[in-house]
Design a protein around this ligand. Structure first.
Ligand SMILES: *[C@@H]1O[C@H](CO)[C@@H](O)[C@H](O)[C@H]1NC(C)=O
Ligand SMILES: [Ca+2]
Length: 229
């Protein structure tokens, strides 16, 4: 038991020490195994000033409460680009620059992987969700403003302040994989390729195949394969 703890500790230390070096997480997932108000992964990008954004990820949970799926804050807005599950209304909510819209009527089933992509363009101000490859209505959220300044991107916890203000009741428990972010809008065909796990252009802001990140507390990197194939 002590030996295991020590190995686990050394693994954490190694991962933290390697944070600056991008890692190829192809075939891997982050496992968030425990409800806390601290465990999270902080993703690093040098890019700033976004006039358009696409974010895609896959996640798997059995949470029957509100939870965060993606939290990006800047100094100006703690919800500068955020994806949130509202369990009361059964809606997936994108937030951009602290504004939000709601997407209901999707079969966000527990205990299975879902691919969720969001696009937003500051010119039109329209946001769109691709849930398991199915496009949503295009809704107006906010236009004529860019997401500017240094950002903090966090998986596993929702930021109420820049880099903090975590609420245990909004934390994510489960697995997350294939997180990509682009500073432009992906075409429907590119999104379909992502959903089908075919070859696609990886994110130029966040790239799962070359991810810079830091793990805080108990989040594990594990192989994504969970069934016999
Ligand atoms: C937003 O960013 C684009 C491209 O980076 C730039 O051309 C545009 O002027 C910016 N708009 C605002 C309102 O800052
Ligand atoms: Ca919150």
């Amino acid at each position: 038991m002590q030996n295991f703890k020590m190995k686990f500790f050394l693994l954490l230390v190694t991962l933290t020490a390697c944070a600056a070096t991008p890692q190829d997480l192809t075939g891997k997932m982050f496992t968030f195994p425990q409800q806390t108000n601290s465990a999270h992964v902080r993703l690093t990008t040098s890019r700033q000033d976004f006039s358009a954004v696409t974010v895609c990820h896959r996640s798997f949970t059995d949470l029957k409460r509100d939870h965060i799926l993606f939290s990006m804050s800047t100094l100006s807005f703690s919800n500068d680009f955020l994806i949130f599950w509202d369990n009361t209304n059964k809606e997936i909510e994108p937030h951009i620059r602290d504004r939000k819209v709601e997407y209901g009527g999707r079969d966000y089933k527990l205990n299975m992987w879902h691919s969720i992509c969001f696009t937003w363009d500051s010119g039109s101000g329209l946001v769109q969700m691709w849930f398991d490859g199915q496009p949503s209505v295009r809704k107006f959220i906010i236009s004529g403003t860019n997401i500017t300044g240094p950002s903090i991107i966090i998986l596993g916890q929702e930021q109420d302040s820049h880099g903090g203000g975590f609420d245990i009741k909004q934390s994510f428990i489960g697995m997350m994989s294939d997180v990509h972010m682009w500073n432009y809008i992906l075409s429907p065909c590119e999104i379909q390729k992502y959903v089908d796990e075919l070859s696609f252009t990886p994110g130029n802001v966040l790239n799962w195949g070359a991810l810079e990140f830091q793990i805080r507390d108990r989040v594990l990197i594990e192989n994504k394969q969970m069934t016999c194939q």
